[in-house]
Ligand binder design. Structure first.
Ligand SMILES: Nc1ncnc2c1ncn2[C@@H]1O[C@H](COP(=O)(O)OP(=O)(O)O)[C@@H](O)[C@H]1O
Ligand SMILES: [Mg+2]
Length: 305
């Protein structure tokens, strides 16, 4: 209970607090922000979770087939291995169909669509910690994505901000696969991210689309320091060089992932992290470095508001 009164006298305030009110606020024209803050804090809900919670890292690309989902899952595993005392979760928000359940081999029916239909008060941090599947070799909990286009169209997007905030309270690192969408569902998530992994490859059409995406993100207030560009050679084509790619998108490329032939597809088909399937491949080192750098950049991010 919050007492709201035009009476500013200390005796009155004291007696209200002694009678059991949690807060006493003097009614003024400016009382609204403190009232909202107090409600959020006392109810233990959304706004406080946003400040107290874990780090949010989103993955996106300008085009499908760039390797966004494979990198998201594998980097999540590497963050969990690098920070063994931390809880890591992956949320698949790709519409109309998610693919991470398939990559990690999750077959249950808890997913973003079914959870967004549950009453919001059920979606507590404990609910996620207790119910989201942890696939043993991957070391993270997964909130699977939409299983089919029909479900994807049904997704209640109004619940997404609450789901993300609750996830951030439950987990130290929440990695969200947004795929190539800059939709109504992804923009609020991007704007709250501590780090944005932007996946590109070396063909000029993907790069010029990426430039457009980056311009849009800048217009939305995203700074270059929050963007972590990964060049993934998902196709065997030679394509452009790293320097040429950087010039087109006007962003620095932080890491490059070489072409792996069928290795990625094989690891994905067997539902194994790349580093478990090919422990001796030098790519394992790249994954490890990316995970370390990304976790540290996300940790260091200073949040606005
Ligand atoms: N570096 C790479 N070398 C070879 N194949 C890759 C590489 N990265 C991704 N792939 C393959 O490319 C395909 C698309 O990857 P995926 O992660 O689903 O991309 P997206 O999520 O961007 O659509 C998959 O078959 C994956 O195995
Ligand atoms: Mg994908």
């Amino acid at each position: 209970m919050i007492a709201l009164s035009s009476d500013p006298q200390p005796a009155r305030i004291r007696s209200a607090l002694e009678a059991g009110f949690a807060e006493y606020m003097v009614k003024t024209a400016q009382v609204m922000p403190s009232l909202l803050e107090a409600v959020n804090r006392l109810v233990g809900g959304k706004a406080s979770a946003k400040e107290a919670g874990g780090r949010l890292i989103v993955f996106l690309s300008a085009k499908g087939g760039t390797g966004t989902s494979s990198l998201c899952a594998n980097i999540a595993t590497n963050i969990a291995l690098y920070k063994p005392d931390k809880h890591v979760a992956v949320v698949d928000m790709v519409l109309p169909i998610g693919s991470i359940a398939n990559i990690v081999g999750y077959q249950g029916d808890l997913n973003l669509v079914s959870m967004a239909e549950m009453p919001l008060e059920t979606l507590t941090p404990d609910f996620f910690l207790n119910n989201l599947a942890g696939m043993p070799p991957w070391h993270f909990h997964l909130m699977a994505g939409s299983p089919d286009p029909e479900s994807g169209n049904r997704l209640k997007i109004g619940s997404i901000p609450d789901i993300v905030n609750s996830m951030k309270t439950a987990y130290d690192y929440v990695l969200v696969d947004l795929g190539r969408s800059l939709s109504r569902i992804s923009m609020p998530v991007i704007e709250n991210a501590d780090l944005i992994a932007l996946i590109v490859n070396t063909d000029s059409s993907t790069l010029s689309l990426t430039k457009t995406v980056w311009e849009y993100l800048q217009y939305k207030g995203v700074e270059a320091a929050s963007v972590y560009v990964i060049l993934n050679r998902a196709a065997g084509l030679e394509g452009l060089t790293k320097a040429e790619a950087e010039k087109i998108i006007s962003l620095e490329i932080k890491k490059s992932m070489p072409y792996q032939g069928s290795n990625f597809a094989l690891a994905n088909n067997q539902h194994l992290p790349f580093s478990q399937k090919y422990p001796d491949n030098t790519t394992v080192i790249i994954f490890r470095e990316m995970a370390k750098e990304m976790a540290e950049l996300a940790d260091r991010h200073v949040r606005k508001n």
